[in-house]
Structures are given as structure tokens and as C-alpha cells.
Design a binder for this molecule. Structure first.
Ligand code: COA
Ligand code: ZN
Length: 318
């Protein structure tokens, strides 16, 4: 540990069973989803985004949302949240006794039309109705997709992110997730964003959500942490991606981000050994290799025996 001063606590929200599984080519069995969430619950996460209450036609991979929410084991201290795009989704989510509703819209008009089939203004009005309907019974988080860049529109202006954040803050939400849906953010942009967000929305839970599409995921996590952000989304194995964002690929791998922060002396609250066991089981669950790196390489402290000739060389040189 080479940092000084009090250890900073970083809170992780695991999104593999939502962001991760929504884009998988094959349906993952409900019992596998439940078992994965239950195993993740024992790893020390602050929050788990279990599933989404979207149209089963739009996201068929998560059509078993009710059943998954009904069957998971709820571990005290872990919040179980779900993604919700509209009022119908909110009703389903509340019925499932979710701990939080994660409402989603995009800062990019084009991506919002592609993903949610309505203008941003229409999404805002719909989500406002959801917030009124929930009426403070359950905390609300807003995920703003494409907050750094849109694969169809290009760079997204920081002012636009602040404008939509402001509108939702005015509705009394608990938190905002600033999402880099297709890995277009770079660390300098992230530093600027988190500085302004923390000044303007000091009372809100601010979460950063990065995808590693262009290999900048961990660099962006680091930029955000060094800018004072304490909450992150991550996806086990680096699964993930929005089916309505061309070229989307996986989130930052939770275990890689947690391993990095752990090595730097941050307190993530996560049992990394348990998490790596799960990350290594993931290829079997989804039926293909996954991008996460630490599960393959091992932690920096899991050392390898030196080859036999090294001992001989040492002796010869003594
Ligand atoms: N849960 C279940 N069914 C829903 C639903 C929900 N939250 N919202 C809409 N539906 C159903 C409607 O009942 C209707 O069904 P029908 O065709 O059998 O009558 C159908 O979906 C279309 O409804 P409509 O209100 O016209 O929605 P839409 O076609 O404009 O779709 C969304 C809007 C948001 C519901 C849909 O695009 C969606 O779920 N997108 C998923 C977004 C997402 O999760 N992206 C990845 C994460 S960012
Ligand atoms: Zn995402």
C-alpha cells in the first residue's frame, strides 16, 4: 500500500446479470442467473443490478426478470436493483420488491430513439411519471446512457449531461449513473466530468459506468477515483453491452477494476478470491471466453515457481 491517509471506501455495483446478459447470444437458464446472483451476494458488493424489466420482445434474454427477482436470496447489506425503462417496467419492478429502481434514458437523442423508441423529452416525461408513481417508497437512480459519446452522434457535450442531470435532480432522485455506453470516454474527459458533477450534485450518489470497448476502461476508473468518485458499476468477466448501440462491447471487468483498486490500497469491500472463482466459472455459464484479464493471469501476488535452471544459475553465480 503506497497511499497515505485514511483508506477510501469504493462501492461496487455488479451489473453482469443485467448489462452482461442482455446482449448474450444464447438465453442463460433462469437457475444459472439465480445461482450467479446468489454467489455474487457473498462477495461483498454494495449493490447488484439483477435484471431489467424491459419489453421481453426488446430484451428476450431477460424475459425471466420476475422469476429471477423472486428466487434470489437477499443478503442484508446488499441492495438489489433493476433497470426500468417505463411505467410498466416500474410496476413490475415494485411488485418484485426491488431495493432501487434504476431508470434509464440516453443523453444522445439518436441513441434514445434507437434504444427506447422515443425522444429524450418523451423519456423524461415518462420517467417523471415513474418517479411520481413510486412517490418516495423506493430510491430512484437515473442511468444516463451515452454521457461521453454516442456511436451515432459522436462526442456528447458535458453541458447536455449536466442539463439532464439537473432535471432529474430536481425530481428528487437519490443517484445518477453517468454511463459510457460504448467506451468512448477518455481519462481527461472523465476528470473534467467528475469535477463538475461533484460540485453541482454533491448531495447525490454519483456512479460511473464504463465500457472497455477501446481499452480505456480501467484508465477511466482511475481518473474518476482520483477525482473523488466512490461508486462504480462493473461487470463480472467484462461481459456487457447495449444491443441498440452499434459496436457496443463489454463493461469494465469488475474483478480487474477491483484488483487494481485493491492493489493501490483502496477498500472495495470485495472478497477478491471469491470473485475470481466466480469469474473463472463464467465462460462455462455463458458458453464462450470472456474479456476479463485478472481471472486468467491471477492476482499480482499469485506468483509462479521459477524454472529449475534459475536455481542452478544462482548457484553457479554464487
Ligand atoms: N415490460 C414488459 N413489456 C413491456 C414493457 C415493459 N417494461 N414496456 C412495453 N412492453 C410491451 C408492451 O406491453 C407491448 O406489448 P405488445 O406488443 O404485446 O402489446 C410492447 O412491449 C410494445 O410496447 P410500447 O409501449 O409500444 O413500447 P415500445 O415498442 O415503444 O418499446 C421499450 C419501448 C422501452 C419498452 C422497449 O424498447 C424496451 O424495453 N427497450 C429495452 C431497452 C434496454 O433495456 N436497452 C438496453 C439497456 S440500456
Ligand atoms: Zn452499460
Amino acid at each position: 500500500m503506497n497511499r497515505t491517509g485514511p483508506v477510501t471506501r469504493i462501492y461496487f455495483n455488479e451489473v453482469a446479470t443485467r448489462d452482461g446478459l442482455q446482449i448474450e447470444p444464447n438465453f442463460i437458464a433462469t437457475s444459472d442467473k439465480v445461482a450467479l446472483v446468489d454467489a455474487l451476494s457473498d462477495c461483498g458488493y454494495a449493490k447488484i443490478e439483477v435484471t431489467s424489466f424491459t419489453s421481453p420482445k426488446a430484451i428476450p434474454m431477460l424475459r425471466d426478470a420476475e422469476e429471477v427477482m423472486g428466487r434470489i436470496r437477499r443478503v442484508p447489506g446488499v441492495e438489489y436493483t433493476v433497470l426500468v425503462p417505463n411505467l410498466r417496467g416500474a410496476e413490475r419492478a415494485l411488485e418484485s420488491r426491488t431495493d432501487e429502481l434504476n431508470l434509464v434514458m440516453s443523453v444522445s437523442e439518436t441513441h434514445n430513439l434507437a434504444n427506447l423508441r422515443m425522444s429524450r423529452e418523451k423519456s423524461f416525461v415518462a420517467l417523471q411519471a415513474v418517479i411520481r408513481h413510486v412517490d418516495g417508497q423506493t430510491p430512484i437512480n437515473i442511468s444516463l446512457s451515452c454521457s461521453f459519446g454516442c456511436p451515432m452522434e459522436g462526442e456528447v457535450q458535458q453541458e447536455e449531461v449536466l442539463r439532464w442531470s439537473e432535471r432529474f435532480a430536481g425530481l428528487g432522485v437519490r443517484g445518477l449513473s453517468i454511463c459510457d455506453t460504448t467506451g468512448m470516454a477518455h481519462p481527461a474527459q472523465v476528470s473534467r466530468m467528475v469535477e463538475v458533477l461533484q460540485k453541482r450534485f454533491a448531495d447525490l450518489q454519483l456512479t460511473l459506468h464504463f465500457h472497455n470497448t477501446r481499452g480505456m476502461g480501467l484508465a477511466n476508473v482511475l481518473a474518476a477515483v482520483q477525482g473523488g468518485i466512490e461508486r462504480f458499476d462493473g461487470s463480472l468477466g467484462g461481459l456487457g453491452g447495449c444491443p441498440y448501440a452499434p459496436g457496443a462491447s463489454g463493461n469494465v471487468a469488475s474483478e480487474d477494476a477491483i484488483h487494481m483498486l485493491d492493489a493501490m490500497g483502496y477498500d472495495t469491500g470485495i472478497d477478491l478470491s471469491k470473485l475470481l472463482v466466480l469469474a473463472r466459472q463464467l465462460p462455462e455459464i455463458v458458453g464462450h471466453d470472456v474479456p476479463g484479464q485478472v481471472a486468467k493471469a491471477g492476482r499480482i501476488m499469485s506468483l509462479h515457481p521459477a524454472p529449475a535452471y534459475v536455481a542452478q544459475l544462482r548457484e553457479a553465480q554464487a
